[in-house]
Design a protein around this ligand. Structure first.
Ligand SMILES: Nc1ncnc2c1ncn2[C@@H]1O[C@H](COP(=O)(O)OP(=O)(O)OP(=O)(O)O)[C@@H](O)[C@H]1O
Ligand SMILES: [Mg+2]
Length: 300
């Protein structure tokens, strides 16, 4: 279990030299599964004593892992998710995006979401992607986006996921599609405006027909921008406290010209319609809500 709380605790004690070692590890992990001590010496310019001291601090905060000489054949190091968190948090703080982190406000399949407080006191949602720590097959799903197929690390996949979701929100939000406002992205972390409401799965709405219509409208608005959600379900739809609908979790989106677009659209729309049929006994034929063929035509 990754604990952002522990990173937040260690954060005030961290010195520029600690970050320098984390940064060196991050860069070297592109080339090595286990980064040799010597590479870190070169990258940081520290002497052995200083580097040893920094590594032992980072180890104490669980931000790195050290291999045994016997296993890998040399003394090597890896960044842990906590170390990656620290690197991203530092940028968020230095850029004046957040001043502090509050409690966890959401746990998803592949992400932890925390409350973030901006320097002006605005509440934000800070999403930390956590893909692949438990299963490598999940990581393999991302092969398609990865140019160098040999090297698919959790670092890379999580950064890519945050970048992709940020990109989707940047397309959608300015066009008025009801999604959280994108605020910032660094590494595997995405910052957006925080909503006040409940996931569809966790609430019972009084006017299901209206809500379903709003969801499908929002979904079609996104299609007009060329963005296919690809993971739409009662867990990724929010009903805000004022009753309006918000579509969240755009990490799995594809462009409308993508070969799987029509399949994904069908699945998204069917999921939602099915859910309303089961829970609210609304009879809708999901096929009525599928876009016309020509929607793909001029893009594909
Ligand atoms: N902008 C936000 N404001 C408030 N809470 C949020 C926000 N974004 C996400 N959450 C909460 O965090 C939960 C997890 O977020 P999300 O669905 O984006 O992650 P996930 O399901 O792990 O995503 P992914 O499929 O990308 O791995 C949401 O269900 C929601 O409860
Ligand atoms: Mg989700």
């Amino acid at each position: 279990m990754v604990m952002v709380e522990r990173v937040v605790q260690a954060f005030p004690q961290m010195e520029p030299e600690d970050f320098k070692v984390l940064r060196a590890l991050e860069l070297e992990m592109r080339h090595h599964e286990w980064v040799p001590f010597e590479r870190l010496l070169e990258r940081t310019g520290f002497d052995e004593k200083e580097l040893g001291y920094r590594l032992s601090r980072l180890d104490r905060w669980d931000m790195i892992i050290r291999t045994r000489r016997e296993t890998v054949g040399y003394l090597g190091y890896q960044l842990r998710p906590e170390g990656y968190d620290a690197l991203a948090l530092r940028v968020l703080v230095e850029e004046g995006i957040i001043e502090g982190l509050g409690p966890e406000i959401g746990v998803g399949k592949e992400a932890d979401v925390y409350l973030g407080i901006s320097p002006k006191g605005v509440e934000l949602a800070v999403k930390f992607n956590r893909i692949g720590r438990t299963s490598y097959t999940k990581i393999k799903r991302y092969r398609e986006y990865v140019k160098d197929k040999r090297h698919i690390s959790w670092l890379y996949v999580n950064r890519l996921t945050a970048e992709r979701e940020f990109e989707a929100l940047l397309h959608l939000y300015p066009e008025g599609v009801p999604v959280p406002r994108p605020v910032y992205q660094n590494r595997h972390v995405l910052v957006m405006t925080k909503f006040d409401g409940k996931e569809l799965a966790e609430t019972r709405v009084d006017d299901p027909e209206r809500v379903l219509r709003e969801i499908l409208d929002a979904y079609h608005q996104a299609l007009e921008v060329g963005v296919v959600h690809g993971d739409l379900s009662q867990f990724n739809i929010v009903v805000e406290n004022d009753g309006s609908v918000l579509l969240i979790d755009w990490a799995h989106w594809v462009d409308l010209s993508h070969p799987s677009a029509s399949e994904l659209i069908e699945r998204d729309v069917r999921n939602v319609c099915e859910y309303f049929r089961r829970k609210y006994r609304i009879s809708v034929d999901y096929r009525e809500f599928l876009p016309d063929e020509e929607v793909y035509g001029d893009r594909g």
